[in-house]
Write a protein that binds this ligand. Structure first.
Ligand code: CMC
Length: 429
């Protein structure tokens, strides 16, 4: 008998089946041959929330959740955070290799010179209510971009995909900053292409009447590192959404609108916003024990803790915790840090969290840094979307080129009523 196979005995029929194993995985479709009667549909797997289903092969991001390892294209996240910058890492994620000098310069040039947005987008932005959530604005406007760049429909044309890639990565900060300026009632600030990616974003957010906005270099660097850490995270909820929507072969702006909407939720990219609200609610270190007690009784979650994949310290959280010190030296210490540190200390010693392998994730400390830098809390998921756009594009590109991929279409187990005859309303009792 071949070694790399799995033998299944169907006890309903006594029949045996031998399924090939590749990469510790069997193909769900190979189960379809398992039937009781010839005209049966065949066996399926049932996996709500995709707890144990690989939906793709990927060469982009590797995570070992048990060991707390994260690598982009084989490079450890700690090395990228220390030695790379966001745009170089973005190139790596999308093209698979670190750029040579000329490639890097061209890449940065192309990203830098696509930062402007069509003037009509400002009118769209103006239509939002003054207190609209900036993430809601971003989700809508990025989808609307598909109506401005109709060539984006040509998803089989590599040149068109390249152009949309430049546009998306360069325009996301502009859209994000405009959404912020709208929400605080300030005039929009146009991009300054003499500045770096992050410095330009900060200028569009905070420039007032000065000729050129001078961002603090430590804060520019910190934002750049945070963007590196958030750039990709393999098949998470928003990335799976990107791939799922993209598999219908729609343009990338429409797919990114869907991915960003998935990111908005409090269990995903909205968690950093939820952490800050939770820290505000706790208010002081004295209230931590009763808060932890409530969490353990199921009355809410410790936001910023736990992860579907990491059953160890999230490596991104370690980098962020170290970064916090550098930022707080410039901005002054965020008073909520003490509550966060104490929460972490108590949770890491508490049997409830230890038993469930719940550790701080990327969102536990990122919000504290963003707040210290001056970002309002509802901008946090927006700050996540900007770098994650890179991951979404890399994964979309990989999906389009993968001959094994088709339109995403899960199966279901139908649990509803059997066939019945329609009853007219007058006879429904
Ligand atoms: N606080 C308290 N209990 C928790 C938490 C938490 N943050 N996370 C998980 N648990 C418990 C959960 O109640 C369950 O307990 P039991 O076995 O007694 O029912 C057990 O741990 C397993 O939880 P789960 O919900 O089955 O795990 P999951 O893999 O479906 O959820 C998660 C992963 C990230 C949604 C979840 O840990 C969570 O809700 N965390 C808080 C939100 C958060 O910080 N999200 C950011 C994730 S990282 C950034 C990103 O990916 O966007």
């Amino acid at each position: 008998m071949a070694k790399d196979t799995l033998t299944i005995t169907d006890n309903r029929t006594g029949k045996q089946y031998e399924l090939p194993i590749t990469d510790d995985t069997i193909k769900a479709i190979d189960l379809r041959q398992i039937k009781v009667k010839d005209d049966d549909f065949g066996m399926m797997t049932y996996d709500p929330a995709f707890m144990n289903t690989a939906s793709t092969r990927s060469k982009i991001t590797f995570i070992d959740g048990e060991k707390g390892i994260l690598q982009y294209r084989g490079y450890p996240i700690e090395q990228l955070a220390e030695k790379s910058n966001f745009l170089e890492t973005a190139y790596l994620l999308i093209y698979g290799e670190l750029p040579k000098k000329k490639q890097y310069e061209e890449w940065v040039h192309n990203i830098t010179y696509h930062t402007l947005i069509h003037e009509n987008i400002k009118k769209l932005m103006d239509g939002f209510h003054h207190d609209a959530h900036p993430m809601g604005m971003l989700v809508s406007i990025v989808g609307a971009l598909s109506t401005f760049y109709v060539d984006a429909k040509n998803i089989d044309d590599p040149e068109s995909r390249k152009k949309q890639t430049f546009r998306l990565i360069s325009k996301m900060p502009t859209l994000a900053a405009f959404a912020y300026r709208h929400s605080v009632g300030r005039p929009y600030v146009y991009p300054d292409n003499d500045l770096s990616y992050c410095a330009n974003f900060m200028s569009m957010l905070w420039k007032m009447t000065e000729v050129q906005y001078q961002a603090n270099p430590t804060l520019v660097k910190a934002l750049d590192v945070l963007f590196i850490l958030h750039a990709d995270h393999e098949q998470n909820c928003s990335t799976s959404t990107m791939r799922g929507i993209g598999s219908s072969r729609v343009d990338p702006y429409s797919a990114i609108a869907g991915a960003a909407a998935a990111l908005y939720g409090p269990l995903h990219g909205g968690a950093n916003e939820a952490v800050l609200r939770m820290l505000d609610e706790i208010g002081s270190k004295n209230n931590i024990p009763s808060f932890i007690k409530d969490v353990k009784e199921g009355k809410g979650r410790l936001m910023g803790f736990g992860h579907r994949v990491y059953k160890n310290y999230d490596p991104r959280a370690s980098v962020i915790k170290a970064l916090a010190d550098e930022v707080f030296e410039v901005t002054g210490r965020n008073p909520k840090l003490d509550i966060a540190l104490e929460l972490e200390r108590i949770a890491l010693e508490d049997e409830y969290f230890v038993k469930r392998k719940l550790y701080p994730n990327v969102d536990f400390y990122s919000g504290l840094i963003y707040q210290a830098m001056g970002f309002p809390v509802d901008m946090f998921p927006v700050l996540f979307s900007i770098p994650r756009t890179v991951g979404w594009i890399a994964q979309w590109e990989e999906m389009l080129k993968d001959p094994e991929q088709k339109i995403a279409r899960p199966r279901q187990i139908y649990d509803g009523s059997g066939v019945r005859d329609f009853v007219v309303m007058s006879k429904r009792g």
